[in-house]
Design a protein around this ligand. Structure first.
Ligand code: ATP
Ligand code: MG
Length: 249
């Protein structure tokens, strides 16, 4: 008899990112109380939930070395618990933080180059820069402008383009549509869809639950530091509890 290989029993690819039993506290306050989720290669996974649910904290534990009280964070099968942000970017795990975090006193071009700081392949960087200008024509028009003088939506595009310059294997976006006008929100979700279509694995944290779930392969709902529901994006979108709590119905 053949030795059993668990992976052979499923058509699902192995998880690129796997979080198990994650607990994070700020001083005595527990913000994340035992969270499990996984992201498989090529997936777009949306994480929704109300203010203070622990979404940003969860992303920070994965991407910024925010040390958990307990739990495992596996990336490509290896623990990255407490790893430094630089190391994680070099490994292809890149986050666009809430509030964008562009370098205000640098030009758009300089910001994009900063996104490639872990790379050495000059011709690849130049080709990717051109690709970013194709994906975001607005950035090409403004290439020499200081990032701090751009509109909120333009800064969000720049933040996403800068992250892509690091050639992410997994891109984590924390509320990319926050504070933007309806037209800009449309544009940002379009870009999220396009980047996912390019094959980039993504985690999308959003208050805009209906848009985020509509794009997602799978989704998780977070409430008070715990995952309360999970499933296919389309399934969650139809769920009555999700509709009542997060879609204002
Ligand atoms: N640096 C901090 N110090 C103390 N408490 C914090 C800190 N950061 C977050 N918290 C608390 O942890 C909890 C989770 O916050 P978090 O930012 O992860 O929520 P969120 O789901 O991202 O919310 P939002 O949708 O408003 O961005 C909240 O109660 C928040 O007040
Ligand atoms: Mg947040």
């Amino acid at each position: 008899m053949q030795e059993r290989d668990d992976k052979a029993w499923t058509s699902q690819p192995p998880a690129l990112l796997e979080v198990r039993g994650l607990r994070v506290a700020y001083g005595g306050i527990q913000a994340v109380k035992g969270v499990d989720f996984e992201v498989r290669e090529g997936e777009l996974v949306s994480l929704i939930g109300s203010n203070g649910a622990g979404k940003t904290t969860t992303l920070k534990a994965v991407t910024c070395g925010l040390l958990p009280v307990d739990g495992e964070i596996l990336y490509q099968g290896r623990s990255i618990r407490g790893a430094g942000a630089w190391d994680l970017v070099a490994k292809g795990l890149i986050m666009v933080p809430e509030g964008r975090g562009v370098f205000a006193r640098m030009s758009i071009t300089e910001n994009l180059l900063m996104g490639a700081f872990t790379r050495k392949d000059k011709s690849g960087i130049a080709a990717d820069m051109e690709h970013m200008f194709e994906l975001f024509p607005r950035l090409r028009e403004r290439a020499a402008q200081l990032a701090g003088t751009m509109s909120g939506g333009e800064q969000q595009m720049l933040a996403m383009a800068r992250a892509l310059m690091g050639r992410p294997k997994i891109l984590l976006l924390d509320e990319p549509s926050m504070g933007l006008s309806p037209i800009m929100v449309d544009k940002i979700f379009e870009v999220v869809r396009d980047v996912h279509a390019l094959g980039v694995t993504m985690v999308l944290v959003e208050q805009n639950a209906s848009r985020a779930l509509a794009l997602a392969d799978r989704g998780y709902v977070m409430e008070s530091g715990l995952i309360s529901m999970s499933g296919a994006g389309s399934e969650l979108l139809r769920d009555e509890r999700v509709r009542a709590a997060y879609l204002g119905e």
